[in-house]
Ligand binder design. Structure first.
Ligand code: PHE
Length: 327
């Protein structure tokens, strides 16, 4: 009997320590203290205890009951106090895993690019997504019959054939030139639109970061060095670069930059670039006899794909948290 009381006391101590709600107090009371409760049952068994032990065992048993009853009072007080200070919050519920949002991979890349280029001395400018065709095309030396001016390639604003959803961030170059005096060293991030057939590397809506540097002595080597330095700061040293000769109406000479990660067999085209065409400087109100410049335009989705290993551009916009939550 003595042992039984001891064991029950241990059990009661454990139980009361694990109580975290008022409902659990009531369950405890029902298990131990009501008429058929475990403690009450022991009192019934006192009948069979030999006379000479009754006093001692009775004392133990009373102590056990007292402990259980006092525990109930204490726990009641505790939970009432919590209810008073936290009305409406059920502290007995299990905790929920903390949910915190994160930036979209494209936003992360843009912030990172701004960080790196501002460190290198560039300012940041933004244009508008609806652009007039003068800034999107004419001022950038696009001839009147250039295919980009075709409805197949560009979204025109319905009732105004002069307004387009900008097809690149290059018109911001002109706007920056119009509004400032050289030396100019600016990057221009933003969203652009093209009437593209959508596939794993093309979307109709995507992002670019334009770069423009205009001063009295700027050269192609500096352009290459700037782009490579940027890429190394973003991806680390271990990369291969390839500048391919190319054509853009607003740069001369022009090139495209491809990047390859070691071990990969495919190159990723990440940017167009070149020396700013004199006609473009003039369109921006800058004397092309006195000044020279370079420009580049990075595709942010491509940069992000190379960085994250996402191999289908469409995954960036399906908003599946299993994909975009990883970065
Ligand atoms: N605007 C070009 C494009 O969208 C990229 C570019 C920018 C090329 C600046 C040269 C200089 O493809």
């Amino acid at each position: 009997m003595k042992e039984e009381i001891q064991l029950l006391l241990e059990e009661v101590k454990k139980k009361t320590a694990s109580i975290i709600s008022k409902d659990m107090i009531e369950d405890f009371r029902l298990e131990y203290l009501v008429k058929k409760g475990k403690i009450t049952n022991l009192f019934t068994k006192m009948r069979d205890v030999p006379k000479e032990l009754k006093k001692e065992i009775g004392k133990d048993l009373n102590e056990l009951r007292k402990f259980a009853e006092e525990s109930i009072l204490e726990l009641n007080d505790k939970f009432e106090l919590q209810e008073d200070t936290n009305p409406g919050i059920d502290l007995s519920l299990n905790g929920r895993k903390k949910r915190s949002g994160s930036s979209h991979p494209i936003s992360i890349t843009i912030s990172k690019m701004i960080e790196i280029f501002t460190e290198m001395g560039f300012e940041v400018a933004e244009g508008t997504e609806i652009e007039d065709s003068y800034h999107n095309f004419d001022s950038l030396n696009f001839p009147p019959d250039h295919p980009a001016r075709d409805m197949q390639d560009t979204f025109f604003i319905k009732d105004d054939r002069d307004l387009v959803l900008r097809t690149h961030t290059s018109p911001v170059q002109i706007r920056v030139m119009e509004n400032s005096k050289p030396p100019i060293r600016t990057i221009m991030p933003g969203r652009v639109y093209r009437n593209e057939a959508i596939d794993s590397t093309h979307l109709a809506e995507f992002h670019q970061v334009e770069g423009l540097y205009i001063d009295k002595d700027v050269n192609l080597a500096e352009l290459k060095a700037t782009m490579i330095t940027f890429a190394k700061k973003l991806y680390g040293d271990n990369l291969e670069f390839r500048f391919r000769p190319s054509f853009f109406p607003f740069t001369e000479p022009s090139a495209e930059l491809d990047i390859r990660k070691p071990g990969s067999d495919s190159w990723m085209e990440v940017a167009g670039c070149g020396m700013v065409h004199p006609k473009v400087l003039e369109a921006g109100g800058i004397n092309s006899e006195e000044y020279i410049g370079y420009a580049f335009g990075f595709g942010i989705e491509r940069i992000t794909m190379l960085k994250t290993g996402i191999d289908d551009i469409r995954l960036l916009y399906e908003n599946d948290v299993r994909v975009i939550g990883q970065f």
